[in-house]
Ligand binder design. Structure first.
Ligand code: SF4
Length: 366
């Protein structure tokens, strides 16, 4: 079957997705045209903001690709004070971002649970309940997720990184702390509790195949996610995975694959939220705009106080680490209009997908 026939179908098989991922020339143009049409029909030109607060780069885990892994000694660790976090959240609220993401390295402890819970109550109080809050603080017990949900978090982003178990074990230490099944269980708990649940993968990892990426997309569809944050794998010099750099696709091919993944996911899951990741901008100065044109509809401007940003070094050449939150805002507006899209201020921008799931469950999930 050719690309045009595949795109005309209502759903994709693994073989179809592989063919789309390998599309070049006219076929690639057809794919991006189709995903742009689907986005225009189901999402329109709207882009919603999530002010990103990277509140701590202290992590208890050692993922082999990650620059803030516990074992990296070449990094200054930081932990924002509660006041700094609330001030960043207030910046988002005052500038009508409507939503923030609280992100950090992964730590599981009673003090972390209490701290995040307190922050959630304080941010809700500061904004009169109006600021939407996404958490991205890793694997936790389901009781912890429940407490945070009750304290006001309503979205959670937990990337699976890859759904191929063998590949997962190549990019993580093999031990209980880095267990694929626990990651899956956490995602299930989040969905059961009622969070808008997001996941995502790295694209262009060493050892990764087009078949793996096709499986990743099928997983997201089957799991019925509400949000996706995925982007190209970019090496970080202080990580163990750097020794496999010789097995990587050229960086521009990883970029291209990330755009194709975004396009295919948009066609498969028409009404979910898809982030245009900053990692694309690290490769191409208009990378995020290209993602917005191809199917993404969420931007996550970094509103972490500038002095800390350079130390949230998930990968090398991370852009905008020197900008202030104000600089980010004016730059984003220009970029978004370049992509013929429009930032919607003052709206949470929850997905229609989630609303449908909620209605189907009689107004309360699970
Ligand atoms: S990917 Fe997340 S859990 Fe793994 S080392 Fe980095 S911050 Fe920690």
């Amino acid at each position: 079957m050719n690309v045009s026939d595949i795109l005309a179908k209502g759903s994709f098989s693994k073989k179809d997705i592989v063919k789309l991922l390998e599309a070049e020339g006219e076929d690639k143009i057809l794919l991006f045209k189709k995903s742009a049409e689907v986005k225009e029909k189901y999402i329109g030109k709207k882009v919603w903001l999530r002010g990103l607060i990277e509140f701590s780069n202290i992590c208890g885990k050692d993922c082999l690709y990650c620059g803030i892994r516990k074992g990296n000694k070449n990094l200054k660790r930081y932990n924002l004070s509660d006041d700094e976090i609330i001030a960043a959240a207030k910046f988002a609220y005052d500038n009508r971002y409507a939503s923030i993401v609280l992100q950090s390295g992964e730590l599981e402890s009673a003090s972390v649970t209490n701290r995040v819970e307190n922050l959630l109550y304080k941010i809700k109080e500061m904004s009169g309940g109006k600021l939407g809050i996404t958490l991205s603080v890793g694997e936790q017990e389901s009781e912890v997720y429940r407490r945070w949900f009750e304290a006001g978090a309503h979205r959670y982003l937990l990337r699976i990184e890859t759904t191929n178990r063998i590949l997962y074990s190549k990019i993580h230490p093999i031990n209980k702390k880095h267990d694929f099944d626990r990651r899956l269980q956490c995602l299930k708990s989040l969905q059961d509790i009622g969070y808008q649940t997001g996941t995502g993968v790295m694209i262009g990892l060493p050892f990764q195949t087009s078949e793996d990426l096709a499986d990743d997309l099928l997983f997201m569809n089957e799991f019925d996610i509400d949000m996706c944050g995925m982007g190209p794998y970019i090496e970080q010099a202080d990580t163990p995975l750097i020794i496999h750099s010789d097995k990587l696709l050229p960086i521009n091919d990883r970029f291209d694959l990330a755009l194709k993944m975004t396009a295919i996911l948009r066609i498969m899951m028409k009404d979910i939220n898809i982030v245009a990741p900053t990692a694309l901008q690290a490769i191409d100065s208009v990378g995020r705009e290209k993602a917005l044109k191809t199917g993404a509809n969420i931007l996550m401007p970094n509103i972490t106080p500038g002095k800390y940003r350079d130390n949230y070094r998930l990968y090398d050449n991370k852009p905008c680490t020197d900008d202030s939150a104000e600089d980010c805002q004016s730059c984003l507006e220009a970029r978004v209009s370049l992509a013929d899209t429009e930032i919607i201020y003052g709206e949470w921008g929850d997905t229609k997908h989630y609303e449908k799931r909620l209605q189907a469950a009689g107004g309360r999930l699970p």
